[in-house]
Design a protein around this ligand. Structure first.
Ligand code: SAH
Ligand code: SF4
Ligand code: F3S
Length: 470
């Protein structure tokens, strides 16, 4: 540690003059992110830790001294992508070696956790395999791998990695924009029978109120306006509040609403079983909590919900949504669906279609069931044929697309609030998001970047809205 600190301060001295910094070749890191928002958050934390260790982030893999793939294991296709990418990286590494340049390769994330040493056996180009709970040890692990020995680190550390990871600099936060993710919870204890997350991310862990509020304040201080709280099971978050009582996500949202500078709050992903009264009350009472809820149900059939171990019925889901809509009339629903879970009959699938008709989704993700090694679902006998899965998926996606289009169209003519978070595709345009998460394109002066504005929606497409300033 001593040694690292000295190196850092020495570098700071060198960078004080531009001429000197130009002569100092800094190492570059390229991070590629797959999978969910939690991986996006983790990739930024890894970049922050490595920046502190003398690395500079780059968007060009060719110029990197270190390549990190932050991977996803949720479906077979997601995991396979990693190996095809590693094939390309091997060629790049060989070419660089011809020029006498070195490149380290690390696989992080959920494939790293699930496959461990198997990865470097199958892809010898990999120097370091690091699971999601060990990122705070990244500099030390890279150091160990740098002498050519293969390092695999997939322990579930009891240490809280986030509290040990470097905090981003104000400059780094600014570069990332006015919206930010903030992981409040990791892991999952639910063990749905199709899902790898409890194995790749481990048991549920909640960060403390103090840590979360501290991070939100730092983000707001660096210009962030919208914070999305993340967790594989975000509404299972719980922790001791400053009043000594056990808080849930609802209470936490009330606390975060007090942070100066934050104008919008969101959270994802929720489980229907953990939507408690305080959280529903937050949707009723907190204006800065956006009226959009991602609440995956996976299936509309009671038999399949049971086989998936979701621990609720379709009726309970309907009643829950009624309660949420009573609390916040304009809330838009979003969800995830799996078709072709083992044993799913035509009637089960019709029940899913019926559930979608009844709920009405503003947006949704839907997938063909992918049997995952190590999960109970993969061992079930009545696997559904691929062609049947494909048919069901297209029928479901057609309905979901129609609902999304109708939802977007229903906003035309309305005045809504937009937070401008990007320069637009066209000159003179800014892009923002509606309260319901749709991208909104507006002709607006660049000074409005990072600001909220009221706009009138003039047209809609399947995926976005067009608006004018008023
Ligand atoms: N915690 C969230 C889901 C996280 S995984 C929840 O409880 O809903 C994200 C989505 O991937 C899931 O909602 C599910 O729809 C999909 N998914 C997970 N495992 C899958 C599998 N084996 N095959 C197909 N889709 C899967
Ligand atoms: Fe996976 Fe179920 Fe946990 Fe969601 S709740 S992460 S689907 S096991
Ligand atoms: Fe994928 Fe891991 Fe997220 S499996 S969806 S990256 S938790």
């Amino acid at each position: 540690m001593e040694h690292l600190n000295q190196e850092k301060s020495a570098e700071a001295d060198v960078q004080a003059t531009p001429e000197a910094s130009a002569t100092k070749a800094s190492r570059k890191v390229f991070v590629k992110t797959y999978g969910c928002q939690m991986n996006v958050y983790d990739s930024d934390r890894m970049t922050d830790a490595l920046t502190n260790d003398g690395y500079e982030a780059t968007d060009a893999m060719e110029e990197a001294d270190l390549v990190i793939l932050n991977t996803c294991h949720i479906r077979e296709k997601a995991a396979e992508k990693v190996y095809s990418e590693l094939g390309r990286i091997r060629k790049l590494k060989e070419e660089k070696a011809k020029d006498g340049k070195q490149m380290m390769v690390s696989v992080a994330g959920c494939v790293a956790q699930a496959e461990g040493a198997e990865i470097s056996r199958r892809a010898p180009v990999v120097d370091l395999v690091v699971g999601p709970q060990s990122y705070h040890r990244l500099p030390e692990l890279l150091n160990r791998a740098s002498n050519g020995s293969k390092v695999v680190e997939t322990e579930f550390d009891i240490e809280e990695k986030f509290e040990h990871l470097a905090k981003p600099t104000k400059e780094a936060v600014r570069k990332r924009g006015v919206t930010s993710f903030l992981t409040v919870q990791e892991g999952c204890d639910k063990f749905c029978t199709f899902c790898v997350v409890p194995y790749t991310r481990g048991a549920e862990v909640s960060r403390s109120v103090e840590q979360i509020v501290g991070e939100a304040r730092r983000l707001a201080g660096a210009g962030v306006r919208e914070v999305t709280l993340l967790g594989q099971n975000v509404n299972a978050w719980h922790g001791e509040g400053p009043d000594g009582r056990e808080w849930g996500l609802g209470e936490l949202l009330f606390e975060l609403a007090k942070v100066d500078g934050i104008t919008r709050l969101r959270y994802t992903t929720s489980h229907p079983r953990d939507m408690d009264d305080a959280l529903i009350a937050a949707h009723r009472d907190l204006d800065i909590l956006m009226p959009y809820l991602h609440l995956p149900v996976q299936s509309g059939s009671d038999a399949i919900l049971k086989a998936m171990n979701r621990k609720h019925t379709r009726d309970e889901y309907f009643r829950l949504i009624d309660r949420i809509r009573e609390a916040r009339e304009d809330i838009a629903m979003s969800g995830d669906f799996i078709v072709g879970f083992p044993g799913e009959t035509d009637q089960d699938f019709r029940d899913t279609m019926d559930l979608v008709e009844r709920v009405g989704y503003a947006s949704a993700f839907s997938f063909k069931y992918s049997p995952r090694p190590g999960t109970p679902g993969a061992l079930l006998e009545e696997q559904v044929e691929e062609s049947v899965k494909s048919e069901r998926l297209s029928e479901l996606q057609a309905l979901l697309a129609q609902q999304q289009q109708a939802f977007n169209a229903s906003l035309v003519g309305q005045n809504i609030e937009v937070l401008f978070e990007k320069m637009g595709r066209r000159e003179g345009q800014l892009a923002g998001r509606s309260p319901w998460l749709q991208p909104v394109h507006v002709n607006a002066p660049a000074e409005l970047y990072g600001e909220m504005a009221t706009v009138e929606i003039v047209s809609s497409t399947a995926n976005s809205l067009e608006a004018r300033l008023i």
